[in-house]
Design a protein. Sequence first.
Lengths: 174, 412
Amino acid sequence: MASTSGKTSGTSPNRLDVQHWYRRIYAFCQARLMSDSDCEDAVQETFARAIKHFPELRTHDAVGGWLRRIAHNVCVDMIRRQQIRRTDPVDVQTIANDATSDLPADRDQREHLMRLIRALPQSQREIILLYYYESMTYDQIAAWLGIARSTVCDRLHRARQSLRAELTTTGGAS
Amino acid sequence: MMSCEQSRSLLGPLMDQELADAQSDAVRDHLTQCDECRRDWESLNALDTQLKSALRLDGVEQAVAAIESSADHFVACPTAQPRKRSIWVVVALATAVCLLVTSLVARNRVPWAVDQGVVGQSAADIPIIATLVRATGAVQVQHPGSAAWESIDHFDATPLAKGSRLRTQPTVLCELQTSDKGKIRLNEAGEVVLHDTTEIELVKGQIWCLAPEDREIEIDFALRQKTTPIIASMACPSSSEFQCSVGDNVASCDSNSLRNPPAQMTVGTKGYAVQPGETVTIDVEQNVERNGVCDSTTKVWQLPLLAIGDPVDRELTDAMSELLAPIGKTKARHLNETQIRRLGPAGALPLLAYAATETSPDQLALRRTAVALARDLADQRSKQWLAKLAVDPDPFLSAQAVKTLERIAAER
């Protein structure tokens, strides 16, 4: 538990341990942004801002929450910029449906699975990513997201159910 | 002996090694005896394998190294600026504290009586995700990080931070607008937690939501039973309007418009399709009841809320035209009239607001119906609208309004 809240590890008095937080911040951004390149940019920007302001932090007890907040602001900025750039707004659902519709041409199972993951509700998507990227336990995920363990269990269950159902209907189940 | 349903809900935790030994033995025991659950287990493991191979994050080391090397610039070249700036920060903070204390004293509130959660976490820390736009009375809010309830009487776009908990008293309705331009209305004696703009937890009562154009809203709720609650959620697709209510052992979801796309309600491990215009009611035993008609009376509770605001909400006119049109003509008369009457004196407000503000000549018959219906319901609160109607050019409307005003005056 302690490692997830960042109280004992992941921080030193002078330097932010990027390695320690990288995967979960990646999951955070990926759950919110559609493209992998946007996600990578957002992660980089989050850590750049965090490292810059790290010395100003008076306490290192809640670095996790602080990082999430920075990542959130970065993602919001990014989504806003995209909305300005885009003439025709595209929503998550449309992207997901478009992606599955050209399935026969797409033989890459990983790509297909990633598209299905992107189509999940954000809350479920983030938990799936956290669980598999970082191999976090339910308790660690709960502490990181600030939600109940039972909620973690439920969202993971629902995410897997939807993925299984989608894979069965689209013939991707192994 | 474990049931299949119990076993299925534990397969994920079993695979993730998150079960206590006894529980995990019980599930494994069940798996040896149940072919169907075993197939489920196998397919879950197959998915897990696929996910493990798909969700590998390659190149973390390089990415971290790149971030750290560009960050070294900041660490290696510390400037004198922060120290200078910190003085300004202290001055600014001191000024802010003085201003805060002054404003609190001016409002006859001492600073140490203020809820820690609000002051302790500055507004900049937690994003604002919604605003309280209107309510028929005082709404209680628990700000994130605080255990105290604050009563809000003025609704001029009161901002609500992510994680706020909101509840309404037995005679109060309220409406929120999310920062994504979604709308949420909470019925009397309800409670919600705003986890995010698109994730609302309905703790009790009834909620209506209109999802924004570009994203869905997820309403989470739980069916409470003796042991563990069954976690449920309703995913409301973008641009659709849905309504959910939660009681002791039962919950229901209405797809409020025939223009809605089909949606999905998840209860425990099961998913239920909710077709456009359909109401799906489910109890703790997962007995499902479906009512297929898109019924305008399911939204009658919102009428007192729609009567608030200047100018009067166009939605009120549309709702009233829809509800009142059948009155006096079909059997729907009874249903609609009964529903509106059930609102009591609060129901007179939308009826009179509609009658007083709708000016189109072809609506005259409906305006008369509205005033006739409001005649028995109106109380002190309706006096303003009645006074306006008392000088209406239509003799029926003005006569009814004068009579109603006389009745109210006599009751005082």
